[in-house]
Design a protein around this ligand. Structure first.
Ligand SMILES: Nc1ncnc2c1ncn2[C@@H]1O[C@H](COP(=O)(O)OP(=O)(O)O)[C@@H](O)[C@H]1O
Ligand SMILES: [Mg+2]
Length: 239
């Protein structure tokens, strides 16, 4: 049977989670799990709220909601940039569960930029909207056996203050294509409607306001920002 996005979402949301191990090099507790439902297994990453390292600028225990919110934003835009991500209970309590993307860890933004420039440009626009404060090179994965690039690790997003910090500056100053602007316009129109109810439930009202403001800003001035001097516009490490 073909695993459609709908089936994958149901298995991730309602399936039984089996812990397989902890991911190396993660700053928050990140586990590899299998979600199983009705004989269907889906590999996934599970980041429990309880395993989140406190930060000075983001409210404690909110990173898992932000991860799911970036998935919702990508879906509302119709951009399909983020693997299916849900918020649910798990072996270590509530957390985010995201489809595991099989990939070659030697490939990342810097090795993939030339061959996948269009989707990387789309990530640049997406990160402006999501206000991504941590787009490292290793957060763009090429799914093995496909030509699809997926974004991961979106805990540091949707802060109400400007915090764009990314390695994707190759498109700085470029105009945003009309088709992308149309998607952003649809987002603005729907932000207080039923299509965005999940998204609204994951973020604070002031963060939704800020998303609205960023979206309007992009529509009025449809070009990709240039790095802000005096602010650390690039994350460390780069990958
Ligand atoms: N959806 C995913 N598919 C495949 N690998 C993932 C996925 N999410 C995370 N990983 C792997 O787990 C590692 C740690 O996850 P990450 O989201 O970076 O956690 P942290 O919040 O600690 O930075 C990543 O570097 C990546 O190798
Ligand atoms: Mg990380």
């Amino acid at each position: 049977m073909e695993l459609t996005p709908k089936i994958i979402e149901r298995v991730l949301r309602d399936g039984e989670l089996e812990l397989l191990g902890r991911m190396a090099w993660s700053s928050n507790a990140t586990f590899l799990v299998t979600a199983s439902l009705d004989g269907i297994d889906v590999s996934a990453v599970y980041k429990p709220r309880r395993g989140e390292r406190p930060l000075w600028d983001f409210a404690d225990g909110t990173l898992c909601e932000r991860e799911v919110a970036t998935y919702e934003l990508s879906e509302v835009l119709g951009w399909g940039l983020i693997p299916t991500t849900v918020l649910r209970d798990g072996p270590y309590g509530v957390g985010m569960v995201q489809r595991f993307v099989d990939h070659d860890p030697e490939e990342h933004y810097f090795t993939l930029l030339e061959t996948h420039a269009d989707v990387m440009r789309q990530f640049a626009i997406f990160d402006v909207l999501a206000n991504n404060a941590d787009r490292k090179g290793g957060h763009c994965l090429l799914e093995r056996g496909t030509d699809d690039i997926w974004g991961i690790d979106h805990g540091l997003t949707f802060h109400e203050e400007s915090k764009l910090r990314t390695v994707i500056w190759d498109f700085a100053g470029e105009e945003v294509a009309d088709a992308m602007c149309a998607d952003v316009e649809a987002l603005v129109t729907d932000l207080d409607g039923p299509r965005c109810s999940e998204l609204r439930g994951l973020l604070a009202p002031n963060e939704i306001e800020a998303l609205y403001a960023r979206s309007i800003g992009l529509m009025r001035m449809p070009s990709l920002p240039i790095p802000n001097e005096g602010y650390k516009s690039v994350p460390w490490p780069l990958i």
